[in-house]
Every structure is written in C-alpha cells, then in structure tokens.
Design a protein around this ligand. Structure first.
Ligand SMILES: Nc1ncnc2c1ncn2[C@@H]1O[C@H](COP(=O)(O)OP(=O)(O)OP(=O)(O)O)[C@@H](O)[C@H]1O
Ligand SMILES: [Mg+2]
Length: 484
C-alpha cells in the first residue's frame, strides 16, 4: 500500500489487504470424499445427516451420531465472507479434496441453485497418512474481526456454546485462535453454583406412557434466619394436565408424552447476599461471575440451542412475571441454569430453519409451560412457603446489637464508596446521608436498650405478680386455718 503511486495501484493493494483476512474452521472428524462433497456438500438441503441419525436411532442407539439435520448449516458461511474453500479427506484417502466457491458469482440464492457449477478437485497430500477431517476457509470477509471482538465472543458466546455444567473433560473441545494467538474460552466454576441461595433440580419423565415431573427444591439462604430446607415435589398426570394443558383446547394431552423426557436445574442467587467465595475471589468478582453465567440455557446433546437464555431472551417469562410479584422477584439474571434435551429423546423439539428457537409445535408449548411451571410455580411457591414459616419472626435481642453494628458498617461502607464517585456538588447530600445514618443507628441502639429495659420491667412485673399470687394463696390458707 505504501508503495502504491497511483490510485488504481492503491486500490489493487487495498483489495489484496482485504483478501488477506480469513476465518478457518478445522475439525478432525470423518471428513468427506470427493463423492461426499458432490452428493452432500454441494446439495442444498441435503438430508444426509438426518438419514444417518434416523438409521442410528432405528438400530436402537441412544446417542445421536450427528448434530446436523437440515443440510443448510454450511450456508451460514456465506454470511461471513464471499469466498469459501473446503479442504477435506476421509481416512482411507491419500490426497485432499478441494472445493472452492465464490459466492459473489451468484447474485441471488435462487439463481445459485441451478447455476451452481462447482466441482471438487484433488489437492496435495494429507497432513498425515491416517488423517481425516475438514478445513473450511472463508475469505473476502464481510466484517471486521478484531481481537477484542473475538475475545468477547470467547468470553460469552463460545463459553456457552457447549454445556458449561459438564466438567472440562467431557465437554467437546473447541479452541479459538486470533492470528495464531490462542484465546481462552472460560469454563464455569462449580463452586459458584454451590453458593446459590435457592435451587430447583429435577426431571420430567415418561414411564410406560405416564408422565411425571419431579422437582427437588432447596432453600439455602433466603436472606433471613431459617434452617436449610429441601423438599421433593412429584407432580402427577392430573396436576400436569391442569398446569400445562389447561382447558383452552389449544394443546392435547398427547403432547405431554410426545415432548419427551428432559432434565433441568436452576440455581437462584440473591445478588445482594453474594459475597466472597474462597477459591473464586472477592465479592465483586463473584457478583460479576454470577452475572456472566446468568440465564437458563437450553442444550441439545451438550450443544446450545439458541436463543434460550440469551441476554435479550426471556423464555421462562421471568422478568415479565417479576413485575407483578411481591416479595421475591425471580429475575432471569438471578439464575444460572440449564435444561438438557436430546435429539433421541425429544425428536419433536426441533429447531426452526433460521435457528432462532424451536419450531412452534404442541410439544414446544408443553415444554415451555413445564419449565415455566417449575420455576414460577414450584420454586416460587416453595420460597413463599419458607417466608410464611420463618420470615418476620421475633427479633432475637441477644443478637440485635451485633446485627445493628453489622448493618451500620455495611451502610457506612457504601456511603464511603458513594463519596468517591460523587461530584463536588453532590457531596453535601452524601454528608447528609452519612449523618442520617449515624443518627439512625444511634436511634436503633437506643430503641434496643429501651426494649431491653421494658423486657426487664415486664419480667419484674411477672415475678411480682407471682409473689402477689403467692401472698394471696398464703393469706387465703391462713384465713381458712384461723377460721377453723
Ligand atoms: N466438517 C464436516 N465434516 C464432514 N462432513 C461435513 C462437514 N461439514 C458438512 N459436512 C457434510 O455436508 C452436509 C451439509 O452440512 P450442513 O452443515 O450444511 O448441514 P447438516 O449438518 O446436515 O444440517 P444442519 O443444516 O442442521 O446443520 C452434512 O450433512 C455433511 O454430510
Ligand atoms: Mg451442520
């Protein structure tokens, strides 16, 4: 570019610079033979994966051999850049099969379907005799791929692409490079989950055609004094019909079975009570982590189904419901959770072609309602039940002093931090807040002492009343004795 003296040569240099960027996706999977490329890769909407999955299921296999279904996934590469190069080989082959497509030659997708005239060629030797796999290189990129952008994707999107609840060993391995620098994809520390304040875990099962929902509910720390409590709820067919199917006639009972079994867990965090966790970090770090992993995500065979659990997505209608509630608000950012479905067990829960959610079917509706019922009815009811049992109990005067001190210290700490961020003209208000707080805690302390005195006095009264009663009894007895 620096050497270019004329406008056309600068344009040519710019063109070359533009084409230098590429995205490469590599795998060491089965690879494709030249015939596979022609029969599967070059056929839009190929059902090759679907056929193989169906064959496997017919053989009685319990795990789906492939994720692919529709035969359109690879077309998304088109959105990333104008040129596509595929280098692939199966285990038995000696050389690479190469396919090159320049999308810009096909002005419209419809035109492409019949105009397309690309065929695979044979390339150089494979990297190793026994190698099989596929490299897909996309160039003439349509967007900027900066390191910060990719880093953000690693932190958020890639971290949640595969189930973060699985331990590192059983997660599918994906690595990400930016110009040769490896970007780490974070994994979720289970310790964070262990510090949840409430949770619901369970499964939806279908045994001999009879569905049943099983939830284990746990209240760990709801923000007031209560024992840790665990409850198991088993919801049977009639209740499921009432909760999920309803009477509108929209949904049929059969969908309760055809939806298929699944498992779920949702961990609730009261963010204000989230403090330091040993092995993770101080309060701020812990709160950030909680926020980062928040959302109840959906996974099929360990891979994410979008957009369930995305920041903008509220599939369990938590935020909408939260507005109407008193007491607890079960907001989606307070949860970390997952729901696990599988291709084999839930064949009716299929993706839309645009991958923007599950297809609108009865089973999908039932699935949504079941999960909403788990969180909104089961968990919420359980937490409310804990409230009525334990919340607002008598204050323990023995601990009131330390509680007042603890709260005062917390408030003071917050004011101190507030002062740092407040501009000059706001300082008198912060001062006023500080002063009010001080008076408030002094007042609380005086009130506590007064309550103690009153209690003392009332105890004396009771004692005196007791003495009085005794005197009366004695007097009565004396009178009787003297009468006789
Ligand atoms: N990396 C790969 N390794 C081996 N075969 C591949 C690879 N990518 C694509 N194919 C072949 O090309 C076909 C089309 O791939 P594509 O991702 O478009 O569709 P799919 O995976 O079958 O379904 P979906 O649209 O649900 O992703 C696949 O069915 C498979 O036969
Ligand atoms: Mg695919």
């Amino acid at each position: 570019m620096l050497k270019a003296k004329t406008a056309p040569s600068l344009a040519a240099a710019l063109g070359r610079a533009f084409e230098a960027g590429s995205i490469t996706v590599s795998d060491t999977g089965s690879g494709m033979s030249a015939k596979d490329l022609a029969d599967n890769f070059l056929v839009i909407g190929t059902a090759s994966r679907k056929r193989e999955v169906e064959k496997a299921l017919a053989r009685g296999e319990t795990k789906s051999p492939f994720l692919g279904e529709k035969g359109i996934g690879r077309l998304s590469a088109m959105r990333l850049g104008e040129r596509l190069r595929v280098e692939t080989a199966t285990r038995g082959e000696l050389k690479l099969n190469i396919l090159e497509i320049d999308w810009s030659k096909f002005s419209a997708l419809d035109a492409m379907l019949d105009e397309i005239d690309v065929s695979a060629t044979t390339g150089g030797a494979k990297p190793m005799a026994s190698w099989s796999g596929t490299n897909i290189v996309i160039s003439a990129l349509s967007e900027d791929w900066t390191k910060p952008r990719l880093k953000e994707m690693a932190e958020y999107d890639f971290a949640r692409l595969t189930d973060p609840f699985l331990d590192q060993k059983s997660r599918p391995r994906i690595v990400l490079f930016w110009n040769g620098d490896r970007l780490s994809i974070p994994w979720m520390d289970r310790k964070l989950i262990d510090h949840a304040h409430a949770r619901v875990e369970g499964s939806y099962e279908i045994n001999q055609g009879v569905p049943q929902l099983r939830c284990t509910l746990q209240a760990i720390d709801l923000g007031y004094d209560h024992p840790k409590e665990t409850e198991t709820a088993v919801v049977q067919l009639p209740d499921l019909q009432a909760a999920v199917i309803g009477t509108s006639g929209e949904l049929q009972d059969l969908a309760l079975i055809s939806v298929g079994p699944f498992k779920f867990e949702a961990h609730w965090f009261n963010r204000r009570r989230l403090g330091e966790i040993e092995g993770i970090g101080e309060m701020k770090v812990v709160r950030e982590l909680q926020e980062k992993w928040s959302g109840i995500l959906l996974f099929r065979d360990g891979f994410r189904v979008f957009p369930y659990g995305e920041d903008e997505d509220d599939w369990l209608a938590l935020d909408r419901k939260a507005l109407r509630r008193q007491g607890y608000s079960l907001n989606k950012t307070q949860f970390i959770g997952r729901v696990e479905i599988s291709r084999v067990a839930n064949p009716a829960l299929v993706d839309q072609t645009n991958r923007e959610g599950l297809r609108e079917t009865q089973e999908h509706q039932v699935f949504l309602r079941l999960m909403q019922y788990v969180i909104q009815e089961q968990l919420f009811r359980f937490m409310r039940h804990m409230d009525t049992q334990y919340k607002g109990q008598k204050v323990d005067l023995g601990e009131a002093k330390s509680e007042i001190d603890r709260l005062a210290a917390r408030a003071n700490d917050a004011v101190r931090r507030l002062r740092k961020f407040t501009p000059l003209e706001g300082q008198p208000t912060v001062e006023e807040l500080q002063q009010t707080l001080l008076e408030f805690s002094e007042f609380a302390e005086r009130a506590r002492r007064r309550i103690e005195e009153v209690e003392q006095e009332s105890r004396q009264m009771i004692e005196m009343a007791g003495v009085g009663l005794m005197v009366e009894v004695v007097a009565h007895e004396l009178a009787r004795a003297s009468e006789n």
